[in-house]
Every structure is written in structure tokens, then in C-alpha cells.
Design a binder for this molecule. Structure first.
Ligand SMILES: Nc1ncnc2c1ncn2[C@@H]1O[C@H](COP(=O)(O)OP(=O)(O)OP(=O)(O)O)[C@@H](O)[C@H]1O
Ligand SMILES: [Mg+2]
Length: 251
């Protein structure tokens, strides 16, 4: 690749996506142009959130030498899936498999950068530090303990955190951050905003699925799940600062 072309791709992630064969949707373009270090993507199923995150991950690893890019998901299988999207993009560029990618969980680039897919367990995750970018896929289903264990990896490096998900009930770190978190750039992408999901398909889904499932999967709504005995709104409404606790300090 010519030096000037490489410089253009380093500076312009939209052009980089084009090089990988991705013509970004408007929200994907906004995200590619964003430099925010804290990003939440609350998106419909199949809207392209994993794809665009894979573009961002590969761009960071290629153009920031020595950077550590981590992919996290509720289970190793899903982290690997995100990693394999990144590896596929790498092959598009280089016409060869990424170095060291045969273990399917990571690659080491010649510029010193690494991309690793993390297993979804707290113990293994604690071994990593100094992440330049942490991508959390299916974030609404990631265990809170795991989320708390990975956040410190960004402490020293000042790294970027991108959490992407379809909602999954009014609970967990992704819901809390989306609802109350401070300092996040937020993207909400319902299925109706995705040009690849035909309205006729959505209509069929609306008829076939329970209403709350449809709203969750395609409408970006945090809906109460069946296994929440007391709903979030009910619990929130029942808390009052004016009522003294029944038992004193000794309890
Ligand atoms: N800008 C785009 N142009 C064309 N195709 C795209 C674009 N973005 C994503 N896609 C395609 O849309 C499909 C869904 O993308 P992706 O897997 O990234 O979605 P997702 O939101 O992560 O879905 P899921 O909720 O199922 O994980 C894939 O086939 C992907 O290649
Ligand atoms: Mg996905």
C-alpha cells in the first residue's frame, strides 16, 4: 500500500471501512468518526453493531502500534465470533491469514499490536492489562462481575471502551450505564433504521413474537424479563428517602 494511501486510511476510519468492503450506514459513519472513549451502542438485532466494532478494532490495532485490543462477550464462543470478524477483515486487506491467528483467540501484528478474544470468565480476564480498546459484545448479557473485572484494564492506558448490545431486561451494567451512566456517547439503532431489514420482515416478526420480545430485539427497549419477580419501575417507585429504615444502626 502506498504511504499516502496508508496515511489516509489511518486518519479516516470511514475510508478504512470502505477498503474492507463496508459502506457504513449513517449511524455507523458517525461512530467511525467519533473519538469518544466511552461508547454505548443500543442496537437492534442484525443492525451491524458487531461488524462496525470489528472495523474499529482492526483500525486501532493497525494504526496504533503496540496497542492491545480486547474482545469480550458473555461467553468465549461469542468473543471468538467477534474476533473472527476482525480476522476476516484482516484477510481482506492482506490476502493472508493474520499472524498467530490459528488459535482462533488472538493475533499478534508486526507493529507490536495484539488483538485478543477473552474467555467469559473473571479469573482468566484478570491476567490482561493496559488495553487500548476494549470491545464488549452482547454487553447486556455480560455478567456484572466480569464487567467490573475488565474496567480496570483501561485505567493506566486511558483506553477506549465500546459496549454494544441488544437490551436484555432492566438490569445489569449495560442497562445501568445506558440509563444513568455519565460520560458516555450513546447510539440507539432500532431495526427500522437499518436499511437491510425489510419492513415486511419486521411485520412478520411483530406477529410471530411476544410483544416484549419484539420490542427488545428490534426496538432497543429495555423490557422487564419474565424472571424479574418485581419489576424495575415498581422497585424504583417503592424507594423513598422520606421513610426511616425499620431497624436502627445496630442491624
Ligand atoms: N454497513 C453495512 N453494509 C452492508 N452489510 C452490513 C453492514 N453492516 C452490517 N452488515 C451485515 O449485516 C449482517 C449483520 O451484521 P452484524 O452481525 O454486525 O449485526 P449485529 O447487530 O451484531 O447482529 P446480532 O444482534 O445478531 O449480533 C452481517 O451479514 C453483516 O455483514
Ligand atoms: Mg453481533
Amino acid at each position: 500500500m502506498q504511504l499516502s494511501e496508508d496515511l489516509r486510511l489511518a486518519l479516516d476510519r470511514v475510508a478504512f471501512a470502505g477498503k474492507l468492503g463496508v459502506v457504513p450506514d449513517p449511524w455507523q459513519r458517525d461512530l467511525l468518526r467519533s473519538d469518544s472513549d466511552r461508547v454505548l451502542l443500543n442496537c437492534s438485532r442484525q443492525s451491524g453493531k458487531s461488524t462496525i466494532s470489528a472495523v474499529i478494532a482492526l483500525h486501532r490495532a493497525l494504526y496504533r502500534p503496540g496497542s492491545l485490543v480486547l474482545c469480550l462477550a458473555p461467553a468465549e464462543r461469542q468473543s471468538k465470533e467477534l474476533f473472527s470478524k476482525i480476522a476476516a477483515f484482516y484477510r481482506t486487506l492482506h490476502d493472508a491469514p493474520p499472524p498467530d491467528s490459528d488459535r482462533k483467540l488472538g493475533m499478534h501484528l508486526s507493529n507490536g499490536s495484539r488483538i485478543e478474544a477473552l474467555p467469559g470468565t473473571e479469573k482468566t480476564v484478570r491476567g490482561f492489562s493496559g488495553a487500548s480498546l476494549l470491545v464488549v459484545d452482547e454487553a447486556s448479557r455480560v455478567d456484572d462481575g466480569l464487567y467490573h473485572a475488565v474496567r480496570p484494564m483501561l485505567a493506566v492506558s486511558g483506553g477506549r471502551l465500546v459496549m454494544l448490545s441488544t437490551p436484555f431486561g432492566k438490569r445489569g451494567a449495560f442497562f445501568e450505564e445506558w440509563t444513568n451512566g455519565v460520560g458516555w456517547e450513546r447510539y440507539e439503532v432500532p431495526a427500522s433504521a437499518c436499511p437491510r431489514i425489510p419492513p415486511a420482515f419486521l411485520e412478520e416478526e411483530r406477529r410471530a413474537l411476544p410483544e416484549w420480545v419484539y420490542r427488545q430485539e428490534y426496538g432497543c427497549e429495555f423490557v422487564e424479563t419474565d424472571d424479574q419477580v418485581f419489576g424495575y419501575d415498581l422497585v424504583a417507585a417503592s424507594i423513598s428517602a422520606e421513610i426511616e429504615p425499620m431497624f436502627g444502626e445496630e442491624f
